[in-house]
Write a protein that binds this ligand. Structure first.
Ligand code: COA
Length: 216
């Protein structure tokens, strides 16, 4: 069942257009799959944005330049949010971040299937958010475009690895955890695979995640 709060996040989520399937037979394989159903011009634009950011812009010690570049190439990033130096972004156009969030140093935001981050979310350094995947039993290794949603006030500890899932409001992921299923509201999970080990105080969710020191 979808609640009002779920639909707030689903409305804000931006995902790639549905992939185009072409039926053909090549070497006994019956399907040919178009990875992205977008125009060549859009592909070039996306690639310029992605390479420019990941090879150069992400290392520039200016929040204005880095966020300006991401917004220019289609990311939606709210007021007061920051993405610190050295973070890699795939498919900038499907990255949506709310207000007063902090994504720390050297994270990987793989938004190829869409990533939505709410407000006041804090993501510690070296965390990987991996969107989508492949059907390992399909002869064409078909992509599975499963998006990721991280709701307001989530806190993700350093070096966590998050596979496509939803981390509900106020959820916490302990440092070095590997998350492969949804994290409940206020739930604290840790380990590999991550399991809940405690709950968070709901009254704590009043702070701002704003953290944007000069030259970070
Ligand atoms: C999630 C976290 C906040 C919990 O801290 P805490 O409330 O002080 O919890 P404790 O250290 O008292 O541990 C409570 C229990 O959870 C377990 N636990 C704590 N961290 C864990 C982890 N990363 N993985 C698995 N289990 C963990 C502890 O072993 C302990 O279990 P026990 O009661 O059986 O001994 C902390 O472990 C953490 O990961 N913090 C993130 C730090 C970080 O990344 N900072 C970057 C700056 S943004």
């Amino acid at each position: 069942m979808t609640t009002d709060s779920d639909s707030k996040y689903l409305r804000a989520l931006r995902t790639p257009p549905p992939p185009r399937m072409e039926e053909t037979t090549v070497d006994g394989k019956t399907k040919k799959y178009k990875m992205q159903n977008i125009s060549l011009a859009q592909k070039i634009y996306n690639r310029v944005g992605l390479l420019g950011y990941n090879m150069l812009v992400t290392f520039i010690p200016s929040h204005t330049i880095r966020l300006g570049w991401l917004r220019l190439f289609g990311a939606k990033i709210g007021k007061g949010s920051a993405i610190l130096r050295g973070t890699t972004v795939f498919d900038i156009a499907y990255l949506t971040i709310g207000e007063n969030c902090n994504v720390s140093f050297r994270c990987v935001l793989d938004a190829r299937a869409g990533i939505l981050i709410g407000d006041n979310v804090v993501i510690a350094s070296d965390t990987h958010l991996l969107g989508g995947g492949h059907d390992m039993n399909d002869p064409n290794f078909l992509p599975i475009p499963k998006p990721m949603i991280i709701e307001d006030y989530a806190w993700i500890g350093t070096r966590a690895l998050i596979l496509p899932c939803t981390i509900h409001r106020g959820g916490v992921v302990a440092a070095q955890a590997m998350v492969n299923k949804d994290v409940g509201e206020l739930e604290v999970v840790g380990g590999n695979p991550a399991k809940p080990f405690t709950k968070r105080n709901p009254d704590a969710l009043k702070y701002t995640g704003h953290y944007r020191p000069l030259f970070y």
